[in-house]
Design a protein around this ligand. Structure first.
Ligand code: ZN
Length: 474
């Protein structure tokens, strides 16, 4: 039984979603605020989610032929200025080191906001011949972008991410990987995070500073706002020319390579929270949940109960379930609340009567339904975890689909986003119309739809060049 007092510690998810989010991330001990404004401490329960994301994604990259490496945190200031759009895009948010070792530095150093420049520099050294291509490396690291308003996981000055960078001999190949990585992210979001996404190309206004084309995946949060959950970028020869990434081709001529990059960050944790969470707190997708099943002993002091719980824990662990026996000195009711708030997918209740009947009670966090299984039946727990995963995805997908509406003019678009929808609308391709949508409806172009089914621009009424998904965004 969830006591009212306990539930009331979390703000109402429908009427005060921002406070709900803050309450959930802090009370479930995912994060705490760092002493420097805009920084966050990722606590063990939050970091364990990140480790699971990392492990799953890393395996996918490696299966795709990408190698891991590590590049330095500090970048010479002069590197940032080599690609004109890049420096303009990132200048407002870079942190600069001017002093070190008690002296003023001859050249200031930038704390990496992203690593295209330094990796471009190193690739320029390493690439000589067409035989060296493609070169495909990824790093798991932290980056820093000075932010004025911050929220844990969604926007913080320092965050963790992976950034993959590749050089190819041809633009077609580099573009192909830009799309392949977008698909890899989409599949990861769907299968591992149980989170449906919209993928597509970004507009010029929304693209990465220095890219020829940026593609994004967008997820719909509980409040109907969009969260950019990952991006891939095709750079053409922009960075290759700025950093001298050249190779001798088969015909003996010297050519510039074509580069691309891609990244996802600890933002994904925020995406999971805001996609699946409910009034009781977190609802974690089983593939990334640090604890997939928690065993709560009932009448713990009775002879044989704890032993049976630990034996069950061993059985589940052997079957590959991440499991914890909560033998802490709290009441079962307190433990129920705690683990529900922390979003553990399955709770196993085990007391003297269950043991006598050779049964166990399984509670699933997503629907709060209970079912009985034979004591020690690990397959039943695994089946339940799998069905939670597929149902979490199906539920989120149905919600997203039901909340994509079309608009013919700005008033309809405004009404659509006000009601917490993504809005499909035509766009003539002019920056002025995109700006006007932002001004009028506080909505931005998230991605371009693959099909162009709308005839006219939602803003100016001229023929539409693209169909766009507009939304308010985090
Ligand atoms: Zn227009």
């Amino acid at each position: 039984m969830a006591s009212d007092k306990f539930v009331s510690q979390i703000a109402d998810i429908e009427t005060d979603f921002p406070q709900w989010y803050t309450d959930v991330v802090v009370k479930t001990k995912l994060v705490d605020y760092g002493p420097v404004k805009g920084t966050m401490v990722i606590r063990p329960y939050g970091y364990a989610i990140w480790e699971n994301i990392q492990r799953e994604l890393d395996a996918r990259f490696k299966a795709f032929g990408v190698e891991n490496a590590y590049f330095p945190l500090l970048i010479p200031m002069s590197f940032m200025t080599k690609e004109a759009e890049h420096v303009e895009g990132f200048a407002p948010e870079v942190a600069v080191v001017t002093h070190a070792g008690g002296e003023k530095l001859a050249e200031p150093l930038v704390v990496r906001p992203t690593s295209e420049t330094i990796i471009g520099h190193m690739f320029g050294k390493w690439v000589e011949s067409w035989r060296d291509l493609p070169l495909r490396q990824n790093q798991w690291c932290n980056v820093m972008r000075w932010e004025k308003t911050t929220r844990p996981f969604l926007r913080t000055s320092e965050f963790l991410w992976q950034e993959g960078h590749s050089v190819y001999a041809s633009g077609e190949e580099a573009e192909q990987e830009t799309l392949s990585m977008l698909r890899l992210y989409e599949s990861f979001a769907e299968k591992t995070l149980c989170m449906p996404v919209l993928i597509g190309r970004k507009t010029e206004k929304e693209k990465f500073a220095g890219a020829v084309a940026t593609y994004g995946m967008e997820a719909m949060m509980h409040d109907g706002k969009s969260l950019q959950a990952g991006t891939t970028h095709y750079m053409g020869q922009n960075f290759a020319k700025a950093f001298g990434v050249q190779f001798t081709d088969k015909d003996g001529t010297l050519k510039y390579g074509y580069t691309m990059s891609y990244g996802v960050s600890t933002r994904l944790i925020g995406a999971i929270i805001m996609t699946h969470g409910d009034q009781r707190g977190l609802v974690l997708p089983p593939p990334v949940a640090p604890i997939q099943a928690v065993i709560v002993p009932i009448a713990m002091k009775k002879e044989g109960v704890l032993e049976a719980c630990f034996a069950l824990g061993k059985t589940l662990e052997k079957a590959g379930v991440r499991v914890k026996v909560d033998d802490s000195d709290n009441s079962p009711g307190w433990k129920f609340n705690e683990w529900e708030m922390k979003g553990v997918p399955v709770r196993v209740e085990l007391g003297p009567r269950d043991i006598e009947a050779n049964k166990m009670l399984l509670f699933r966090r997503d629907t709060c339904a209970k079912e009985e299984a034979d004591l020690g039946d690990a397959a039943a727990v695994k089946t339940l975890l799998a069905s939670i995963s597929s149902e979490l995805y199906a539920k989120a997908k149905a919600r997203m689909q039901s909340r994509i509406v079309a608009a013919k003019d700005l008033d309809e678009l405004l009404g659509g986003v006000n009601a917490g929808n993504f809005v499909r609308a035509g766009w003539c391709g002019e920056r002025g119309c995109e700006d006007k949508v932002k001004e009028f409806a506080q909505a931005t172009a998230r991605v371009l739809a693959e099909d162009n089914s709308e005839a006219f621009c939602v803003c100016c009424g001229k023929p539409a060049k693209h169909t766009v998904f507009f939304a308010r965004a985090y």
